[in-house]
Design a protein around this ligand. Structure first.
Ligand SMILES: [Zn+2]
Length: 177
């Protein structure tokens, strides 16, 4: 057991055990309130630059979070019809590494991990997702248009047909299954 009053540094250490990345979530004042010291003391304890970093990161994170919300394709790699980190960075006026850091802090799935073995199940679910109901250009039947069919259309120019037999009637590149 610890003897006497814990110092501010002790309390900060305790706080950091539960909040390993405080700059992403808390202002200096909030950390100060939690451990009973001033914002300035928090800044000192962090080596004199807590607030600046935290503010920059928060701004960056909220920019990236907003972008992803309104441009869902940003979460898909460019090779699959989405966007590269560089493109996202250019549109936001950030550096590519800043986008990557925010990406991690926000818990978004890194583009490179989309096909990682542990991601295969969610990848399958993603491909099976029904985007809309389409009408077959050959037989006129309505059928679910999945993410996978959309990928095939974008990558290979496949046309909107319900299956292999209609695909054959539509000619080469007709099948989008
Ligand atoms: Zn058909």
């Amino acid at each position: 057991m610890r003897k006497g009053q814990p110092t501010a540094r002790d309390r900060l250490r305790e706080f950091l055990r539960e909040h390993p990345n405080p700059c992403a979530a808390y202002t200096g004042r909030e950390v100060g309130d939690a451990i009973g010291v001033s914002r300035e003391r928090v800044r000192q304890l962090f080596g004199g630059k807590y607030n600046k970093q935290a503010e920059d990161r928060r701004k960056q994170d909220s920019l990236v979070a907003l972008f992803v919300r309104y441009r869902p394709e940003a979460q898909v790699p460019k090779s699959l019809g989405g966007m590269s980190y560089r493109q996202i960075a250019e549109e936001l006026g950030l550096a590519e590494h800043q986008v990557l850091c925010s990406w991690r802090r926000l818990g978004l799935v890194p583009h490179g991990e989309l096909f990682h073995p542990t991601r295969l199940a969610s990848d399958r679910a993603w491909r099976a997702k029904i985007l809309r109901i389409e009408r077959c250009i050959v037989c006129g039947r309505r059928f679910p248009w999945t993410q996978q069919r959309e990928l095939n259309r974008r990558r290979h120019g496949c046309r909107i047909v319900c299956g292999i037999s209609c695909g054959k009637k539509a000619g080469p590149k007709g099948v989008a299954t």
